[in-house]
Write a protein that binds this ligand. Structure first.
Ligand code: ZN
Length: 298
């Protein structure tokens, strides 16, 4: 049996499955303080182990920043997050009473893995996954393994050009103000206009602004990683028409520099939504557990 956790800023999705695409039980708890959340998560897995058998491992696809280096003494520790109480919380310690190995990666790397195994990333050697929701983040997989450096990537915090005349909003990132996340996350849209993008009429200028900001991340990922495909998920991307505008804005930035191959043309099959909907992260978390138990990842 495999355990999987997708931990976001507002909710934590827990699941057990016999394989990543065969979930037998799942449960959602709201993200509270770490002690309360860990206790609720453990209660679900205790019950699930009683019903379905012992877990071989648990994968955690969690919000960052988090230490994802398995060789680090602080593996699984949540780092400088604005989420109350979570700085210094450790997933491995918090779940240790369940008695199985705990694998930790970022929410976006987990979602990328889920899509690579069973969704829109199938068969793509280099895959990028971007989420645009409460925060903005991106993960890159090479042959099913997430890439990182001295830490996981923080691509949501790049600085797109910010024209204060057309967009006087100062940005809301607590660290950088008008980085991409500060300008284009769900909360930034709410701060600026008081409604979500999905609630605005299709011709609202918010769409062009949002697509323009996000296109800088798409173009940056393309130029630095040359992925086979980029998946854009998250609550903001569900706004009707945003994906089409993002493709168009990305094409303008690329300026026919890559006319051939998948990153050329209309980007219809290159910049795509997730195929697993809201299940990408938990599917990836189960795949992380599966890899740890030694079952083949392919
Ligand atoms: Zn930032």
């Amino acid at each position: 049996m495999l355990g999987g956790i997708e931990a976001g800023g507002t909710k934590i999705v827990c699941a057990v499955g016999s394989s990543p695409d065969h979930i037998l039980a799942s449960h959602v708890v709201s993200t509270a303080d770490p002690a309360t959340s860990f206790q609720q998560v453990r209660a679900f897995f205790d019950k699930a182990q009683g019903a379905h058998g012992r877990l071989g491992a648990i994968g955690v696809a969690g919000f960052g920043p988090v230490d994802i280096d398995p060789g680090s003494p602080t593996y699984g520790t949540v780092q400088r997050t604005p989420k109350p109480g979570w700085k210094g919380a450790n997933w491995v310690d918090g779940l240790s009473r369940l008695g199985c190995p705990v694998m930790v990666d970022t929410d976006v790397n987990g979602a990328a893995l889920g899509e690579w195994r069973h969704g829109a990333g199938k068969g793509h050697a280099t895959l990028a996954y971007v989420t645009v929701g409460t925060g903005i983040g991106a993960g890159i997989l090479k042959d099913g393994r997430s890439l990182s450096g001295i830490g996981h990537y923080e691509m949501g915090h790049i600085y797109p050009p910010h024209d204060y005349e057309s967009d006087p909003f100062p940005g809301r990132c607590p660290f950088h103000k008008d980085c991409l996340e500060g300008l284009a996350s769900g909360p930034a849209i709410m701060d600026r206009w008081g409604v979500t993008l999905s609630e605005m009429p299709p011709g609202h200028p918010a769409f062009a602004l949002q697509a323009g900001y996000l296109a800088h991340l798409a173009a940056t990922i393309i130029l630095t990683h040359m992925p086979d495909r980029i998946i854009f998920g998250g609550s903001v991307m569900k706004a009707p028409g945003l994906m089409e505008r993002l493709r168009a804005a990305t094409r303008i930035l690329l300026a026919d520099y890559l006319p051939c191959g998948p990153a050329g043309g209309d980007l219809m099959h290159y910049l795509v939504p997730p195929a697993l909907g809201d299940q990408s992260g938990v599917t990836g978390a189960l795949a992380m557990a599966e890899a740890r138990t030694g079952q083949a990842v392919k």
